[in-house]
Design a protein around this ligand. Structure first.
Ligand SMILES: *[C@@H]1O[C@H](CO)[C@@H](O)[C@H](O)[C@H]1NC(C)=O
Ligand SMILES: *[C@@H]1O[C@H](CO)[C@@H](O)[C@H](O)[C@H]1NC(C)=O
Ligand SMILES: *[C@@H]1O[C@H](CO)[C@@H](O)[C@H](O)[C@H]1NC(C)=O
Ligand SMILES: *[C@@H]1O[C@H](CO)[C@@H](O)[C@H](O)[C@H]1NC(C)=O
Ligand SMILES: *[C@@H]1O[C@H](CO)[C@@H](O)[C@H](O)[C@H]1NC(C)=O
Ligand SMILES: *[C@@H]1O[C@H](CO)[C@@H](O)[C@H](O)[C@H]1NC(C)=O
Ligand SMILES: *[C@@H]1O[C@H](CO)[C@@H](O)[C@H](O)[C@H]1NC(C)=O
Ligand SMILES: *[C@@H]1O[C@H](CO)[C@@H](O)[C@H](O)[C@H]1NC(C)=O
Ligand SMILES: *[C@@H]1O[C@H](CO)[C@@H](O)[C@H](O)[C@H]1NC(C)=O
Ligand SMILES: *[C@@H]1O[C@H](CO)[C@@H](O)[C@H](O)[C@H]1NC(C)=O
Ligand SMILES: *[C@@H]1O[C@H](CO)[C@@H](O)[C@H](O)[C@H]1NC(C)=O
Ligand SMILES: *[C@@H]1O[C@H](CO)[C@@H](O)[C@H](O)[C@H]1NC(C)=O
Length: 615
């Protein structure tokens, strides 16, 4: 990775001089005869960032192509997702687990839990070490974290002194973020526990030191969700004449139209004639492989930003992968790169719940239409109340207790675990309700193993390679993840065992009572069953297009994110992270894309053909 500040101009054909154009592939004549410098596949977090940053230079033209619709509306119904499901998870009671991913401009930032975690210094220093590229070290990433955000006031306007450290935050970037904007009864219980125990409070878990319990920042601005589209593809950016965006267009392959350089993408329109122009909502989205394929060319690069599932899906269908596997599916191998779709990692997540002695939880929003309507009215004007808030107000990031002999033996047995020196082994969220509808009130905790060792894959479905891929996170395949999750649960039970909680927590639900009964014994049967029966998608898939050093015989991209051995093709999305950067992957993906934009810009500037063209 090489970055300079030189200002040599790009060669690129100017896009048509029309403003704020979003083309709908199902309805509009598309700008296919305009050669764009860069074609970006999908407008999720990374694609939106790169499209925005590259087009800051009026000489650079970009075409962004997104499978889902543009949604100029506030709520995000569940229809805007890919409806993915994992293959049966052999180490998780053979369950197929639902895996929602955003199918919309903005990608999964439009459907996620809005959790803002930057990960720890050691995550990025480890990445720099692993790739041999110091550009990925924390110090470098921090400048992009500060550049990308506007840290705004919380929805309720409360005084946030002591709840975050302004010296490590940004106040003029595209992404609006804020601290919790609605005070919950639960918050004081957590804070009292911190006051009366040795569990540490962390004033800002995004300073590089993520360890401890902290107020949770969310991608919320003025009580409203911020998505990659609302932030980076806002109308003033879409108005750039050098940026074209096409929605309802499903990319199927990347191609080399002449010679060996990838320079073309193949796609087709998806959606149907019921597309509602006034609100930009397509009522039916499909995977249709019968639609007519169209091609569009990039004069510089094709940038894959389709995410950890769809990026490998498209590469494999393009013949980039393992020759034998592809040939067996009648796909002509184009480039041997067996790591494509392999090495998948995800945060391993479970929830536990108790009924509570309180009527003040968010459960009523799920099961009481009147309460929901009231909360919605409060959100509508003036953007306050429970609906203006994120999923959690307080959360903890912890390492296993080194003084515990069980933990010592875990470390001894799994010395190749990739946990770094100051990144957390597990996270713990305090949730003010239950995750499904029911008529009672609840308290839930989410536990996540943040440096899991279970690796899975994304592969093509042999009977329909262009259709939904086989997604196998392989949860709990490694015993290490089971052992860390046990420590997480035991720590959580310890947290809520204090006096403050005794009159708040009532009955544990869904088999939790049996687990708690066995705490203190060496019988983990009930606990392990709860984990394997309960594991949910972690929503943090990474490593399916992993970065590795130049010349490494594993991995998919070099540290500058170019696909190994190919010209013209780069991957900018969460799939290039070789491990889960501790915590939610949303912010590390924004940050990666910010840095990648600079790398793309500077490398292009130095390319000899550009310099030649300028002379
Ligand atoms: C764009 O290209 C023009 C003509 O080559 C050049 O004068 C100008 O400096 C370039 N702008 C940027 C921002 O590079
Ligand atoms: C897991 O589920 C699959 C698909 O439902 C089934 O074919 C397989 O036999 C199951 N395996 C076990 C160990 O139950
Ligand atoms: C990575 O860290 C190891 C252990 O500290 C060190 O020996 C090695 O030189 C580092 N590699 C790079 C590329 O920084
Ligand atoms: C917020 O609280 C801090 C510490 O209590 C105090 O110094 C500061 O003046 C308060 N700010 C506002 C705007 O009230
Ligand atoms: C925790 O302790 C601090 C300092 O003693 C005090 O100001 C605060 O009110 C306490 N918080 C709770 C929730 O008990
Ligand atoms: C917040 O949103 C409300 C409702 O749309 C709007 O009236 C208000 O101007 C917004 N405030 C800011 C600071 O953007
Ligand atoms: C996912 O399922 C919903 C509800 O059935 C549907 O509306 C939507 O079109 C599906 N998404 C895709 C990408 O097929
Ligand atoms: C895989 O196929 C490509 C394209 O035909 C060929 O260039 C390459 O040598 C093959 N590699 C292996 C390891 O089979
Ligand atoms: C539903 O919510 C309304 C408004 O908050 C409340 O008055 C009513 O008692 C609730 N209904 C039930 C069954 O809890
Ligand atoms: C909740 O209560 C309502 C009204 O009493 C009832 O119709 C509904 O079935 C109950 N739901 C559940 C999940 O128990
Ligand atoms: C519920 O909380 C109230 C005080 O808030 C307390 O008096 C009561 O004993 C609690 N109920 C149970 C079942 O713990
Ligand atoms: C361990 O716990 C399980 C589940 O609660 C129970 O069925 C089993 O009998 C226990 N084993 C022993 C040795 O106590």
């Amino acid at each position: 990775m090489l970055k300079t500040t030189s200002t040599i101009a790009f060669l690129s054909v100017l896009a048509p001089l029309c403003a704020a154009v979003v083309y709908d592939a199902t309805l509009d004549a598309l700008p296919l005869n305009t050669i764009h410098g860069y074609v970006i596949v999908r407008g999720g977090v990374a694609g939106s960032v790169v499209a925005n940053r590259l087009t800051e230079n009026a000489n650079v033209s970009v075409l962004l192509i997104e499978a889902g619709p543009l949604l100029s509306w506030l709520g995000i119904p569940s229809t805007y997702q890919w409806n993915y499901t994992t293959v049966p998870q052999l180490s998780a009671s053979n369950r197929s687990i639902s895996y929602p991913r955003g199918h919309i401009l903005g990608g999964s930032s439009a459907i996620n839990g809005m959790v803002y975690d930057r990960a720890a210094t050691s995550d990025f220093d480890k990445l720099a070490n692993m790739t041999g590229d110091s550009g990925w070290a924390w110090e470098s990433m921090l400048t992009y974290y500060e550049k990308l955000e506007t840290s705004g006031p919380p929805a309720d306007g409360h005084n946030i002194t002591g709840q975050f450290d302004p010296s490590v935050h940004g106040f003029s970037g595209p992404l609006g973020v804020s601290l919790p904007g609605y005070s919950q009864t639960l918050d004081s219980l957590v804070l009292e526990t911190l006051n009366n125990s040795s569990f540490p409070y962390n004033e800002d878990s995004n300073s590089g030191n993520e360890l401890g319990f902290a107020w949770q920042v969310s991608t919320i601005n003025n009580g409203t969700r911020t998505t990659a589209a609302t932030a980076y593809l806002a109308d003033n950016y879409l108005a750039r004449p050098n940026l074209d965006v096409v929605v309802n267009a499903l990319v199927t392959r990347v191609l080399a139209s002449n010679g060996s350089d990838i320079d073309t993408i193949e796609f087709h329109a998806v959606g149907n004639s019921k597309f509602d122009q006034s609100v930009h909502i397509a009522t039916t989205l499909t995977w249709s492989s019968k639609a007519t394929n169209l091609n569009v060319e990039a004069s510089r690069e094709v940038i894959m930003s389709a995410g950890s599932i769809n990026t490998p899906h498209i590469l494999l269908n393009s013949g980039i992968g393992d020759n034998a596997t592809l040939s067996a599916m009648n796909i002509t191998p184009v480039h041997y790169l067996p790591s494509v779709g392999q090495n998948m990692l995800d945060t391993t997540v479970i929830y536990v719940s108790w009924e509570v002695n309180s009527t003040d939880t968010f459960d009523a929003l799920l099961n009481n239409g009147t309460a929901r309507a009231e909360a919605f009215a409060e959100w509508n004007t003036p953007r306050t109340g429970r609906m203006a808030n994120g999923v959690i107000n307080l959360s903890g990031m912890l390492q296993m207790n080194e003084s515990n002999p069980t933990v010592q033996s875990i470390h001894q047995q799994y010395s190749d675990s990739i946990a770094g020196s100051n990144d957390a082994d597990f996270e713990m969220w305090f949730i003010d309700g239950y995750t499904t509808t029911s008529n009672s009130t609840y308290f839930s905790m989410l536990y996540g193993v943040l440096s899991p060792m279970s690796r899975g894959s994304v592969t093509l479905n042999a009977s329909d390679p262009m259709g939904p891929p086989l997604i196998d996170p392989n949860y709990f395949a490694s015993e290490y993840d089971v052992l860390v999750m046990r420590q997480a649960l035991l720590t959580g039970f310890d947290f809520v065992s204090s006096e403050q909680w005794s009159s708040y927590l009532l009955e544990p639900v869904n088999g939790l009572a049996e687990v708690i009964e066995a705490v203190g014994t060496s019988n983990f049967t009930a606990m392990d069953e709860l984990m394997r029966n309960g594991v949910q998608n972690g929503a943090h898939l990474v490593a399916t297009s992993s970065m590795s050093p130049y010349g490494a015989d594993w991995g998919v991209v070099d540290p500058d994110l170019r696909v190994k051995g190919l010209n013209g093709l780069r991957i900018v999305d969460a799939s290039v992270y070789p491990f889960v950067p501790g915590g939610a992957t949303q912010l590390p993906t924004y940050c990666l894309a910010e840095q990648a934009s600079d790398v793309i810009y500077c490398l292009a500037e130095q390319a000899s053909d550009v310099i030649k063209a300028d002379q």
